[in-house]
Design a protein. Sequence first.
Length: 212
Amino acid sequence: MQNIGTGRGNTLIAIVYHSAYGHTRRQAEAVRSGVEDVDGAEALLVPVESVDQNWDRLTGAEALIFGTPTYMGAASAAFKAFQEATSGAVMSKGYLWKDKLAAGFTNSGAHAGDKLSTLIQLALFAAQHGMHWVNLDLPPGNNSASGSDADPNRLGFWLGAGAQSNTDEGPDTAPPDSDLATARHLGQRVAKTALQFARGRDAASAAVRAAS
Ligand SMILES: Cc1cc2nc3c(=O)[nH]c(=O)nc-3n(C[C@H](O)[C@H](O)[C@H](O)COP(=O)(O)O)c2cc1C
């Protein structure tokens, strides 16, 4: 299993995602790039189709970032099946994800597209597991006379990263670079926060040992 502290190896950040047509996969890969930008962090990309081979690695991660397309104003059915599978594979085995960090991203065809509903669903899912939600922390873009679609966070989400893919474009050209930059920012933020948590836990343990 992957080490999750510091000084004993990299801090593992897992990205669990679904993508039927490849657009959300582009977003997931951008999140992975953001994680890899941070020294001491390591990314693991897990499509929901291969989650059964990765439960142990997910349990060894410091943070889990969830990603799904928005279908019918919610997470896709394949992602929902993964969520439900965690009841038996994670919760009933003793809340194995408690106190990990969590964050989320979603992509859809319309600019709004009811993506907020999906992000809320992901945050609730994390709360059910006793995880700590990490938000996007990027000011909303494209909200002024000088703004444009090239701005990071052009879709204006706070809870997680949003992306929009034109429905007549393939994943080679959609979502646009600004949405991929937003996703990359989320990966960086989660990785930095995970290192703070891991280092804080290590320091707290050392203080307890020194006092005893
Ligand atoms: C069944 C279905 C439902 C969809 N529902 C929505 C929706 O509620 N809002 C929206 O903006 N786009 C919706 N779309 C468009 C997808 O979100 C969009 O094509 C997205 O890029 C697909 O991501 P993927 O390539 O990762 O599967 C829907 C697409 C499908 C197939």
